[in-house]
Design a protein around this ligand. Sequence first.
Ligand SMILES: C[S@@+](CC[C@H](N)C(=O)[O-])C[C@H]1O[C@@H](n2cnc3c(N)ncnc32)[C@H](O)[C@@H]1O
Length: 298
Amino acid sequence: MIDLNGPGCGYVVLGDNLDVLPKLPDGSFQLIYIDPPFNTGRAQQRRTLRTRRSDQGDRRGFGGRSYATVETGRKSYLDAFDDYLGFLRPRLEHARRLLSEDGTLYFHIDYREAHYCKVMLDDIFGRECFLNEVIWAYDYGGRPKGRWPAKHDTILVYVRGPKRHYFDQDAVDRAPYMAPGLVTAEKAARGKAPTDVWWHTIVPTNGKEKTGYPNQKPEGVVRRVVQASSQPGAWVLDFFAGSGTTGAVARQLGRRFVLVDDNPEALAVMYRRLGTDGTCYLDAAGRPLRGPVAAPDL
Ligand SMILES: C[S@@+](CC[C@H](N)C(=O)[O-])C[C@H]1O[C@@H](n2cnc3c(N)ncnc32)[C@H](O)[C@@H]1O
């Protein structure tokens, strides 16, 4: 059972979020961050590759030794919907119900569906509850020649009640000035409060943060969200949790979290990332998951 009045710091639930959300009590989350599949029309997949010593290998290394590149893992989730908005709508209606009076929803999406989703969120929340359209800009990957390469995601921000939402700009890590030579040395050292355009790298390919899960979002982006829109000790919800970035950040910042994902591979990654200290792993009916079920590929 998920007990939001207990001392626990986190829950990870394996199941379709539409089965899990109705069991959560109204108004219990100050912050919801979600990053659903973007409806790209194809499965999202990441392969993990390692280089190993092998006499049959086709690559030469130090001392003339031969090496082979082998696949050590593959993680994927489906990302094609006949009726994308029909899939999202009931889940977003629950999101609104679950927010506290001062709560905020961050909805992470890309250019394919952002405009349709904004119209639907206006309808569910009311246009007066729209707070921001945050642009996360990055610079990575291929550059097609026939159009402007798409290098940003959109994060639509809606509040439960206009002017009642919690927002602490001073708690957010400051950003460097783009032209530090144009401000005083003191200002340049302090940095500036971020605007609604966030320049941030993707998860570094060889960094400690990297889990190998497809479309993992950087902790730096989610950290701003959690710092600005939740208080220490608050409950934070992510019901398209993937590798558990929201849980990892929430825990670092002293918030409590509920993460939901229906992919056992996501659960295995979260289990490795978050461990069992203060985190409970449940099925959609609220029963504890144990051993190989909680971590299928460990
Ligand atoms: C873009 S990924 C989330 C990535 C995550 N933000 C991270 O940083 O790792 C979307 C996730 O939604 C999950 N998902 C898709 N449909 C779902 C559903 N109906 N219920 C629960 N999870 C779902 C997928 O399994 C996938 O892990």
